[in-house]
Design a protein. Structure first.
Lengths: 211, 201
C-alpha cells in the first residue's frame, strides 16, 4: 500500500512536470511584457515620474478567409537610443492590444521583428533600423502615451505584373479600428493595483466627458 | 586500420590543409576575368558600436542572441556589405569588412563588363536586426585590361537614431589606396581610378 502511494505521488509529479514543460515550450504572446526574456513583475514597474507608459494596438489585415481581426502573434521591440539602456522588449499582449512597461523618457522603441504563421508557412520579418512602414515609439513626456492602432498590410506599389504581386512588401499603417478610450480600458485591466491606476481612470473620465 | 578509415583520415587531413591555406591567403590576386574593387565607407557621426554590441549579451522572448564562447561586454565592430545587381532576384551581397577601413574585394567580371552598384548594407555591431541601407545607385564600367579599380571614399552624414542620411560626400584617397594595394597584392598591382556612371533603366 505504501509503495502505491509513492508511485501515485510520483505520477502526479511526472504529469505536472511534463505539463509545465509543454506550457513552457509554447512561446506565444505573453500577457505581460518581458525585457531580455525576463518577465517583469508588476511591483517592479517604474514610478510615474520620468517614465512613459506606452500602449496601443497591432493586428494583421483581414483576409477573405478570416472573420474578425487577425492576430499578429510575435512582435519584438528594441530600445535604439544609444544614450539609453539597451534592451529587447516583448510587449504584454491580449488580442491585438499591446502595452510596454513604463520606460524612461527619451527611450526610442523600434519594432525590429515580427512573425506569424499562415497555413504551414511561417513569415519572419526583420524590419531594420531605418524609417519605413514600421513602428517607432518615442517616449517624450512622462505619463500615458497612446501609440495608435496599427494594421500590418501590403504597402507595395502594384504595377500589374505578377512579380510585383508576389514581392509586394508588408508594412504597418495606422488605422482607426480602435480608440484611445478602448486602449485605456484594456490597459486598466493590466495595471490594476499599481500607482498608474489612478492616472488611467482619470484619463478615461476625461475622454468620456469629451465625447 | 581499415582502408576505408585510412582514406577518410587522409581526406580529412587534406580538407584541413586546404582550409588553412585559404585562411592564410586573405588577399588573392585576381585572375584575368576578375577585378579588385577598392572602396572605403565612412559614416559620421560614427556608429556607437559599444551600444549595439550589448544586444549580443541578451536573449529575448523569441530572439536568441547569446553566443557560446563570446565574451560578455565585448565590443563588436560594425560591418558593411556592397549590394550589386539591379533586379530583386539577381542581387549579390559582397562583404566589405569593418566600416572605415579600406576594403578590397574580388568580383568576377560580367560579360558586358558592367556592375550595377545599388546600396551599402550596414550591420551595426554585426547585429542583423539593426541592418540599414545607404544609397549608391550607380553603375561601374570596367575598362578592358584593368584588374584593380579605385572607386573612392564615400562619407555618409546621418542624423538621429534611425540613420537618416542628410548628405553624401565623395573623397579621393588614391595615394593611400595605392599603398595599401601594393601591400596586399604586391607592387605589380596597377590601381586605376574609374568614375561611376548613372544606372541605365
Amino acid at each position: 500500500m505504501d509503495r502505491l502511494k509513492v508511485s501515485k505521488l510520483g505520477l502526479i509529479i511526472m504529469i505536472a512536470t511534463v505539463g509545465l514543460t509543454l506550457i513552457g515550450c509554447a512561446t506565444g504572446p505573453e500577457p505581460y511584457p518581458t525585457v531580455n526574456d525576463d518577465a517583469i513583475k508588476k511591483k517592479e514597474y517604474a514610478a510615474m515620474e520620468d517614465h512613459t507608459l506606452i500602449f496601443g494596438y497591432i493586428a494583421r489585415e483581414k483576409s477573405v478567409f478570416s472573420f474578425g481581426e487577425r492576430k499578429l502573434p510575435i512582435v519584438e521591440f528594441a530600445q535604439i537610443n544609444p544614450e539609453g539602456e539597451a534592451m529587447f522588449i516583448s510587449p504584454g499582449r491580449s488580442g491585438s492590444f499591446f502595452f510596454i512597461q513604463p520606460v524612461p523618457i527619451d527611450s526610442s522603441l523600434h519594432l525590429i521583428f515580427h512573425r506569424y504563421k499562415e497555413g504551414r508557412t511561417t513569415y519572419y520579418t526583420y524590419e531594420g533600423l531605418q524609417k519605413g512602414y514600421d513602428i517607432t515609439i518615442n517616449a517624450i513626456k512622462p505619463g500615458l502615451y497612446y501609440a495608435g492602432s496599427y494594421l500590418l498590410q501590403s504597402v507595395g506599389e502594384d504595377s500589374g505584373s505578377w512579380i510585383s504581386f508576389i514581392m509586394s512588401p508588408d508594412g504597418f499603417l495606422p488605422n482607426g479600428d480602435h480608440t484611445e478610450l478602448e486602449g485605456l480600458k484594456d490597459l486598466l485591466k493590466k495595471m490594476k493595483n499599481t500607482e498608474w491606476e489612478e492616472l488611467i481612470t482619470a484619463r478615461i473620465e476625461e475622454l468620456k466627458n469629451e465625447s | 586500420m581499415k582502408v576505408r578509415t585510412k582514406v577518410f583520415f587522409i581526406i580529412s587531413l587534406l580538407v584541413i590543409a586546404v582550409s588553412l591555406h585559404a585562411a592564410e591567403d586573405k588577399y588573392d590576386k585576381p585572375r584575368k576575368d576578375e577585378v579588385i574593387l577598392v572602396i572605403r565607407v565612412v559614416i559620421t557621426p560614427e556608429i556607437d558600436d559599444a551600444f549595439y554590441s550589448q544586444y549580443w549579451d541578451f536573449d529575448s522572448n523569441v530572439i536568441k542572441m547569446k553566443r557560446k564562447g563570446s565574451e560578455e561586454g565585448e565590443t563588436i565592430q560594425s560591418e558593411a556589405y556592397l549590394m550589386t545587381g539591379s533586379t530583386y532576384l539577381m542581387r549579390n551581397s559582397l562583404f566589405l569588412g569593418n566600416i572605415g577601413e579600406f576594403a578590397s574585394i574580388k568580383v568576377s567580371i560580367p560579360k558586358d563588363r558592367e556592375i550595377d552598384m545599388d546600396t551599402f548594407s550596414i550591420y551595426p555591431a554585426s547585429v542583423r536586426f539593426f541592418k540599414f541601407h545607404l544609397p549608391i545607385f550607380a553603375s561601374l564600367k570596367i575598362p578592358e585590361g584593368d584588374n584593380y579599380i579605385y572607386l573612392g571614399t564615400f562619407e555618409f552624414e546621418r542624423e538621429g537614431n534611425q540613420f537618416e542620411i542628410v548628405n553624401i560626400n565623395k573623397y579621393d584617397e588614391f595615394d593611400k589606396a595605392k599603398e595599401i594595394i601594393s601591400e596586399r597584392y604586391g607592387s605589380s598591382a596597377r590601381l586605376v581610378r574609374v568614375p561611376l556612371q548613372e544606372q541605365k533603366d
